[in-house]
Design a protein around this ligand. Sequence first.
Ligand code: ZN
Length: 269
Amino acid sequence: MTDQTRNALKELQRLDEEIEEARARIDDIVERIADVDEPALALESEVGTTRGRLQELKVEERRVELSAREKGARIERLEERLKGVRNVREESAVSAELDMVKRSLETEEQEAYSLIDQVRKLGLQLEEQESALEQAKAEIEPRRLELQQERADQESALAEMRSQRAAFVETVPDGEIRMYEGIRKGGRRRAVAALTEDGACGHCFSVLPLQLQNEIRHGRDLIRCEACGVILAQPSPEEEAADDDGADDAEAADAAAAAVDDGDGEAAE
Ligand SMILES: [Zn+2]
């Protein structure tokens, strides 16, 4: 692995981190939109329930009215029959039926009045709920539009990042990409970490043997941390500048590594 590839993988990791951050921002916006919508959704569900109940009551009201009308007609027929009865037995039978139908009609009329009243009250309640819903929707609309715009912006930024990443991947050897993806597939975000000034893994901070430190700094092979498995890259100039106190240690490490190389007869690169 060349330094260039290591740096390329670091760059790829940086792009992936940006992509993950963008996705997290979008998730956050989606949550905020849900929060903004919540009061209106609650009102919407109330309106739905009231509408349903009103519909049921109206059906019931029609049923009772229809039944009352039928009873009214039946009473008229029975009264007609009562006029033409031929004997007392027939008269008492028709009268009894007439009384029964009249009582039943009375009950139904009471029921109809009660239903009419309920329908009226529920209709008023529905109007109030509908106007509260409209008001709530109007109130949240500007914030909602703002968040939707924010989401659209983030989505297009994310799409841009993804196409940048795809273009960048083309420039890195397949084998390196596969290794990088393989490390990340295990669910970990970091696949590449810089070696610290004092020769430790920049991800898990376990100190590497001097020989490996030297290979990371100067060698061509791909070195992975034995403890955590990340690909170890040379620190970038900025990373080195950020840790000035470590410089002496690093020189000492280099010197020590060079000494190891001399020891086993291999020249440090
Ligand atoms: Zn490590």
